[in-house]
Design a protein around this ligand. Structure first.
Ligand code: 5GP
Ligand code: ZN
Length: 112
C-alpha cells in the first residue's frame, strides 16, 4: 500500500528486532513501557474486519511466534501485554494493523 508507513518499513526499517515472511517487530518510537514493541503483519489492512482468510490464519501464527520469542528475543521475562487499537476511540493512529507488545515492568490496568 503506497504512503503507508508500516508497509514502507517492510523494506526500509533497518532496526528490526525480529522478521520472518509473515511479520516484523520493531521498537515503538514513543514507548509507553520500558519495553514497547510493535508486531506488524506484512499484509496491509487497518481493521480485523478487513482480513482475508490468509490474514486470519497468519495472525494466529504471529501470536504463536510472539509467545515463542517473548523471552529469548524480546526479553519479556515476567509477562507482557498485547494491545490492538482499532479505530478512533481506541486512538489508532497508523492505519495498518499492528500489535503493541508492552512489558518490562509490573503494569496497572486502566486502558480506558
Ligand atoms: P496506534 O496508535 O496506531 O495503535 O499505534 C501506532 C504506534 O506507532 C504508536 O505507538 C507510535 O508511537 C508508533 N510509531 C509511529 N510512527 C513510528 C515510527 O516512525 N517508528 C516507530 N518505531 N514507531 C512509530
Ligand atoms: Zn500498510
Amino acid at each position: 500500500m503506497e504512503n503507508c508507513l508500516f508497509c514502507k518499513f517492510i523494506q526500509e526499517h533497518n532496526q528490526k528486532v525480529y522478521e520472518d515472511e509473515l511479520f516484523y517487530i520493531i521498537k515503538d518510537i514513543n514507548p509507553q513501557a520500558p519495553l514497547h514493541y510493535l508486531a506488524i503483519p506484512k499484509t496491509h489492512f487497518k481493521y480485523l474486519t478487513e482480513m482475508q482468510e490468509s490474514d486470519i490464519a497468519n495472525l494466529g501464527k504471529i501470536f504463536a511466534k510472539i509467545g515463542e520469542i517473548s523471552i529469548d528475543t524480546l526479553h519479556l521475562d515476567g509477562g507482557y501485554r498485547l494491545v490492538i487499537n482499532q479505530g478512533d476511540n481506541a486512538g489508532q493512529t497508523v492505519p495498518h494493523l499492528h500489535i503493541h507488545i508492552l512489558g518490562g515492568k509490573e503494569m496497572g490496568w486502566n486502558p480506558a
